[in-house]
Ligand binder design. Structure first.
Ligand code: MN
Ligand code: MN
Length: 300
């Protein structure tokens, strides 16, 4: 059994890992592995650039939407879906450096018509609901049913698709179990449940597709999570695969952060991450975990 302090620390590592994966991966987003190798040999520095021309250490929509959601939960002291949607609206109005088309459509529909659950759409199996689900997982730590409800509700503000729903639940469970000290075999067992339900997600024979399609995204994350032995190696593998690299980086960062812990995150990445972003994600992570059922009633 891990102590409360160790659990809090792993929650912080998950949010910090997300931001670092986003900042690192933004450089190689939409590139392919050959182009990345030609330009960087191996990309492993937080250096900004990429198609967005990002400043070194800055983050994109993956982290920004997560922060927007986390603030809404903290402000309410509870799960608050309208507050989350309102914060997404405010974020979009602030002209973010990047926003996915499905996210924009969903937020607009909420803004104009109050639609808080996007209608089912066969093209909504992108990774936009998954990339920002961490605050819902931290807030629901210790209650699997609450986690399922929260990760799906936040995702469906913009993405309504069974593959996205299942991906969110799977990553939510992996983050929870990693924060409780699960080993890699226990994490792998969680992925097997997903593959049983949706065989598309099978990643034994990874083909190198790293697009924004939620299946490609999770195959990439799982492949590198289970074929590497450190936070650093996992993230370097993922972002050098290119494609939707900031998002695969963010998702790998949250799971690997929770799994390997704060001390495993390379110091040079922590120092290079924008200092306001770093402080805010650490603070929000701690407050979310403190609100969770696990911390409110530790014996549950
Ligand atoms: Mn992004
Ligand atoms: Mn992306």
């Amino acid at each position: 059994m891990l102590t409360d302090n160790e659990i809090l620390s792993r929650g912080k590592a998950a949010f910090l890992g997300l931001a670092i994966g986003d900042a690192l991966g933004a450089t190689t987003e939409f590139m392919n592995p050959r182009e990345i190798a030609a330009q960087y040999k191996v990309h492993k520095k937080i250096r900004g650039g990429g198609w967005l021309g990002l400043k070194p250490g800055c983050v994109t929509d993956d982290t920004e939407m997560s922060v927007a959601m986390a603030r809404a939960i903290i402000d309410a002291g509870d799960w608050n879906l309208p507050g989350i949607a309102d914060n997404f609206v405010a974020w979009m109005r602030g002209k973010p450096i990047d926003i996915g088309s499905t996210c924009r459509k969903g937020i607009r529909n909420y803004m104009r018509q109050g639609v808080i659950e996007a209608p089912y759409n066969e093209w909504d199996a992108g990774n936009g609901g998954l990339m920002r689900m961490l605050p819902a997982a931290l807030f629901s730590l210790g209650d699997d049913a609450l986690m399922q409800r929260c990760v799906i509700e936040q995702s469906r503000i913009t993405h309504n698709h069974p593959l996205s729903d299942s991906a969110c639940i799977t990553v939510g469970r992996m983050v929870h179990q990693a924060m409780f000290g699960a080993d890699r075999f226990e994490l792998h067992a969680i992925t097997r449940d997903l593959v049983e339900q949706h065989p598309n997600f099978q990643f034994n024979n990874y083909k190198g597709n790293a697009s924004g399609y939620v299946v490609d995204t999770l195959q990439t994350v799982f492949h590198y999570l289970f074929t590497t032995a450190s936070f650093e190696e996992c993230l370097v593998g993922v972002v050098n695969q290119g494609g939707d690299a900031d998002t695969t980086g963010a998702i790998a960062g949250m799971i690997a952060g929770a799994f390997y812990g704060l001390d495993a995150i390379p110091e040079r990445w922590v120092r290079k991450l924008n200092v306001e972003v770093r402080q805010e994600v650490l603070d929000l992570a701690e407050r979310l975990v403190r609100l969770s059922p696990r911390m409110q009633s530790p014996l549950k």
